[in-house]
Design a protein around this ligand. Sequence first.
Ligand SMILES: *Cc1c(COP(=O)(O)O)cnc(C)c1O
Length: 372
Amino acid sequence: MISFYDLRAVTRRKAGGIKMVVNNVIDSGRYLFGDYLSIFEEKYASFLGVHSCVGVASGLDALRLIFRAYIEMGVMHEGDEIIVPAHTFIATWLAVTDNKLKPVPVDVDINTFNIDSTKIEAVITPRTKAIVIVHLYGRNACNDQVIALCNKYRLKLIEDNAQAAGAFFGNRRCGAIGDVAGNSFYPGKNLGALGDAGAVTTNDEALAEVIRTLANYGSKKKYVNDYLGFNSRLDEIQAAVLYVKLLELDSDNALRREIAKYYCKHISNEKIILPVGAGDYRMITDWEEHVWHVFVVRSKNRDALQSYLKENEIETLIHYPIPPHKQKAYQQWNFPSFPVTEQISDEVLSLPMSPVMKSADRRKVVEVLNKW
Ligand SMILES: *Cc1c(COP(=O)(O)O)cnc(C)c1O
């Protein structure tokens, strides 16, 4: 079986370094707020090119804390509107609704899978406070139009950078483009811990300080509580693992890029649409920016294609089969339909992709796909 993402092999490749730092943590006797947290926060901030990084317990917490902090700071208020892409993992929306803010979805672009910036201005109202862009599948979602809208209407630009650690928008890293970003280090992400972990990254020092305080029971000074905070920590073991894995993030992403290029060059089947739409890899203009968290193709007969690949011992996944606005959890909200997002959820299929994928395996994936 060719696995979608062989997490064991991914970890094994760095096992020496990981075991060494985990042993250091065990021996140190400090399991929270120790040296590895500070080192990782500093290294990840400088990797992205931002002033502040606050380690937290997960990517969802990072996003929730961003909205919570803006509410505490008086920038946002209950019922304010937050523009989000219709096509994303549900965490993007949960961070908004969890803070009693209103998600205002915008449909996405069929070729990039990212928010369609031409459709944003029509939904902006006096209550709109922010645009959330999600760098989905590892591809930057920002463009000049999004930035211009944020400036024109004085909106915060919030990045959901769960899937694009290491990616670029021009010469800026994703996670360092907007006012603030939520990052996830869930094990399967490009920069993955050995458990849950996340971080907020920003150049806004005041915001970072509020988030750091909120994540620690609302307390800056022990037993003195400024906010009704909660507990969301990035522990020492995860911080140490992330510190080791960050050293090779760029080279791991380069390996993903090679697989993506191989797929784009060699997959040739008119029933399968490559991530650029037209099916010509030369049309991808952002090769050096994209980090291919997943490699997504489209097909009108997606389910048949997935079964066929399974019969041929190739594991695939669907990101995502049901969009947030169609979920039972959001049933009461009566969202309108988002045709491109709905088409995408019926057609997308994610092929095996990882920095440890063998060349024989990618060759087999292409051969099997081309025979379909
Ligand atoms: C993974 C993910 C999250 C949430 O991250 P967790 O660490 O699992 O909480 C948020 N948004 C997107 C787009 C994701 O893919």
